[in-house]
Design a protein around this ligand. Sequence first.
Ligand code: NAD
Ligand code: IPM
Ligand code: MN
Length: 362
Amino acid sequence: MKLLVLPGDGVGTEVTEQGLRVLDWFARHRGLALDITHRTFGMENWRRHGTMMPDETWAQILGADAILFGATGSLDQAAAVPPEERRKGSLLRMRGALDLFANLRPVKMPAALTEASPYKPRITEHVDLIFVRELTAGIYFGEPRGVETLPDGTRRGINTHSYTEAQITRAARFAFELARTRRNHVTSVDKANVMEAGALWRQVVGALHAREFPDVTLEHMLADNCAMQLARSPRRFDVIVTDNLFGDLLSDAAGAIIGSLGMLPSASLSAPDASGRRRALYEPVHGSAPDIAGQGVANPLGSILSVALLLRWSAGRPEDAAHLEAAVERALAQGARTADIAAPGEAVLGTAAMGDAVLGCL
Ligand code: NAD
Ligand code: IPM
Ligand code: MN
């Protein structure tokens, strides 16, 4: 597997280092064959090369079987970069160019973290859900977009929420197929009551369900209600399929069930090619976390669990993926805690020490 590693900005570099140590364990002990290339991404490129995306790095991105990504974003420094350059080096350009339409964001409550969650144990117990967030369309990509100056000299910001039937269908098909490997239940989330694109979303998902997946239970839910249900009874969810923006917001909200965004992994997948292979990018759900970057305290489990998704979805090694997920559970059960998931009075590990704890359990 040709793996490209892009640690990126802020805590992205710190957590990816731990993800790589774990990946290396599978290379040394389980014969995982990796051809790894490392490149910088984000502000580091601007500082080093005067561009957010050197052509050679872009060629690596297009040629990789899989990418292990850290995080991007430094709002204050990015202001100095021309908008054109920012777009060239953006995560969105990568998601779009690789056509990574299916963004999987599993949210599984480890029993050991009951105290880390802000919710009551009876709410969080046995939560095991997964988002299929459509990642290459919607308001993130719709045209027209931009800022225009009105005749009175004031400005108007414009973005367009748009979905084609084909874009909805492929995300929904992914969700139904995934549900068949889980608890056979899909919640499709939209704002069909307000947006035409939402009403179309609901129609298209419903028609696909009737045509191809009548054995899967489908419920439709409005996005505002979904935000509330995720706090009130998250256990009711199995697979949640939704658009790009709602998926972004709702998955962060679901991170609160576990107690920290630092716990959530993700996989972003393209459609399979003729030989059945999907292009893929693996990254924690969180961002560059400027408030804690550079201190060695970030939780690396989002990146480490993204490596488990890589083992499952790109390496075709579901047993290894499960082995890694079990090692993370064991490390937590043995009391390993970074600051974000520690209950008052619990001893706290730094980023590297949490990596050590997982390696110990492997
Ligand atoms: P963030 O995800 O970086 O941080 C939100 C909160 O979660 C912060 O309090 C942070 O300390 C905490 N947190 C995040 N990761 C953590 C970890 N591994 N361990 C412990 N705590 C963690 O979101 P933000 O602060 O809103 O955004 C900061 C920057 O990151 C922005 O520039 C944003 O655009 C970018 N961002 C990038 C991605 C990505 O690369 N996929 C995702 C989200 C945000
Ligand atoms: C995420 C992030 C990104 C998004 C940003 C950094 C573009 O928040 O991956 O969840 O909004 O998709
Ligand atoms: Mn996000």
